[in-house]
Design a protein around this ligand. Structure first.
Ligand code: AMP
Ligand code: ZN
Length: 492
């Protein structure tokens, strides 16, 4: 099935194909490791994960590269305030990032590239730009990109930048559209700052050159897809295009994907606005990692998403339904045979699901047929019209849904446990929701033992003890369900 994705560069929903006929080469701008990531950042990484998983589900090979910006203005500012080297300072946040993406079940890209490990490649690119007159050095030893050397500047963000001041410079990494100017490629060393002694002088790279150098290093001069959050379109991606294409005279990426923002009360969730939640904040409040994942991916990437706790509760309930239904099929016994109505419903649900994702990754439309299928199947099971072949067919649809959404298998205990351990280590015990401590106090084995004791008590008609155990488990967030197939338990 052809996969279409909106392309910021062309302004159209274009076909996405591996241009080398083998694997889709994609580059995603990674985190700046100066602090814990907030869930706005993770919305972007999650949507890229959805894309990557869908491409793989469709049989495509993917070569996905992501950078880690481990040197930039903010890291330098914070590390010197903390009296640490940038490496010591950022190590904690690099580790936290990988822990968080694991909690959110974001697949690791094939290649992770750290900026500080690719300085020679960046220096080489600045030299090439200098050779063709697109880069110049200022008196303090910094290097700038000469905007006038790249007439196509602005082609991605489609802003009219004709009023730009020729020769005016900007040396911060992030700035607004109306201040498009010659931007810093390399910043001369300042006393006390981490720097590299190189052929172009002593200093450190600007943010934009990092991604140009590393994407081309691993994916070649032209690759298939470049992705990031919507704020990166300008100036970051525009600058990457200018730096790379001035040297190669080839398009840097054929397809550009920008994930719209996660908002809070209509404003961008961001550190500077102070209106953010980290993943850890939400885990400590008692929300499950899977619910956070589902809430952040269920609104398609081309729509901004307003963050609400109701949204998290809706996702929690949706996951309950998926898991209960999956359990019902996986553990239930059904008579041999099939119901043609269910067979058709399963085939149609699968087709609609795949078509929605292939149509610009419409995750909301992709979810709907799966829940319709659950409803139809539950009714058929209740009425005794559901058979073994139906079970196989419907489970296959759920498996394909979960290859992308990945929320059905319950692996939520681990992220919560890690978040609690982290809170304890960092003096944030007060932020842990009290019921979480209670929940964590019971291991799976302890629950199994209590459930078995309750079954025995019931057999011996000791209902008082059986109820006591049930209540104790409920208090600790464990729900027991008696069914004709036996007793099941799950954590709330
Ligand atoms: P940073 O760590 O700031 O470099 O950002 C990492 C990624 O998160 C980038 O792709 C940003 O565009 C993206 N991002 C930042 N804030 C938000 C937000 N509120 N919603 C969605 N994505 C965001
Ligand atoms: Zn980048």
């Amino acid at each position: 099935m052809p996969i279409r994705l909106f392309n910021t560069l062309t302004g159209e929903v274009d076909l996405l194909v591996p241009s080398d006929g083998a694997s889709l080469r994609m580059y995603a701008c990674g985190p700046t490791v100066y602090d814990y990531g907030h869930i706005g950042n993770f919305r972007t990484f999650l949507q890229i994960d959805v894309l990557r998983r869908f491409l793989k589900l469709s049989g495509m090979q993917v070569r996905h590269v992501m950078n880690i910006t481990d040197v930039d203005d903010k890291i330098i500012r914070n590390s010197s305030a903390a009296g640490l080297s940038i490496g010591e300072y950022s190590a904690r946040y690099v580790e936290a990032f990988f822990e968080d993406i694991e909690s959110l079940r974001i697949q690791k890209p094939e290649q992770i590239a750290r900026a500080t490990e690719h300085i020679p490649r960046m220096v080489d690119l600045v030299q090439k730009l200098s050779d063709i007159g697109a880069a110049y050095k200022t008196d303090d030893g910094s290097w700038y990109f000469r905007l006038a050397a790249f007439p196509e500047y602005g082609k991605l963000s489609k802003k009219d930048l004709s009023g730009m001041e020729d020769g005016a410079r900007v040396d911060v990494d992030e700035y607004e559209k109306d201040s498009a100017r010659d931007f810093a490629l390399w910043k001369a060393a300042k006393p006390g700052e981490t720097s590299w002694d190189t052929a172009i002088g002593c200093g450190r790279p600007g943010w934009h050159i990092e991604c140009s150098a590393m994407s081309m290093e691993y994916l070649g001069d032209t690759f298939d897809l470049h992705a990031g959050g919507e704020d990166l379109m300008f100036p970051h991606h525009e600058n990457e295009i200018a730096q790379s294409e001035s040297v190669t005279h080839k398009p840097l990426a054929l397809h550009w994907m920008h994930v719209r923002f996660l908002l809070v009360d209509g404003r961008k969730m961001s550190k500077s606005e102070g209106n953010f939640y980290t993943l850890r904040d939400l885990l400590l409040k008692g929300y499950k990692a899977s619910a956070i994942r589902l809430a952040l991916i269920s609104v398609p990437y081309r729509h901004q998403l307003n963050f609400t706790f109701e949204g998290l509760t809706e996702a929690t309930n949706a996951i309950e339904r998926l898991r209960n239904f999956n359990d019902r099929l996986a553990k239930g016994a059904f008579p041999a045979g099939e119901n043609p109505e269910i067979q058709t419903a399963a085939t149609e649900a699968q087709a609609k699901y795949l078509a929605a994702l292939a149509n610009d990754l419409n995750t909301a439309e992709a979810r709907a047929p799966i829940f319709d299928l659950i409803r139809t199947s539950n009714t058929a099971i209740d009425q005794g019209r559901f058979f073994e072949n139906d079970r196989v067919a419907v489970l296959a649809v759920l498996a394909s849904f979960d290859a992308v959404f990945d929320v059905i298998e319950d692996r939520d205990a681990e992220p919560t446990k890690r978040a609690i351990a982290w809170a304890e280590q960092s003096g944030r015990q007060a932020d842990v929701a009290p019921e979480l401590f209670a929940r964590q106090s019971l291991s799976d084995e302890a629950i199994d033992t209590l459930v078995a004791e309750r079954t025995t008590a019931k057999k011996h008609r000791n209902f008082a003890r059986a109820d006591q155990i049930r209540n104790e488990l409920i208090e600790k967030g464990v729900i027991i369900e008696d069914s004709k197939d036996g007793v099941r338990w799950k954590r709330k």
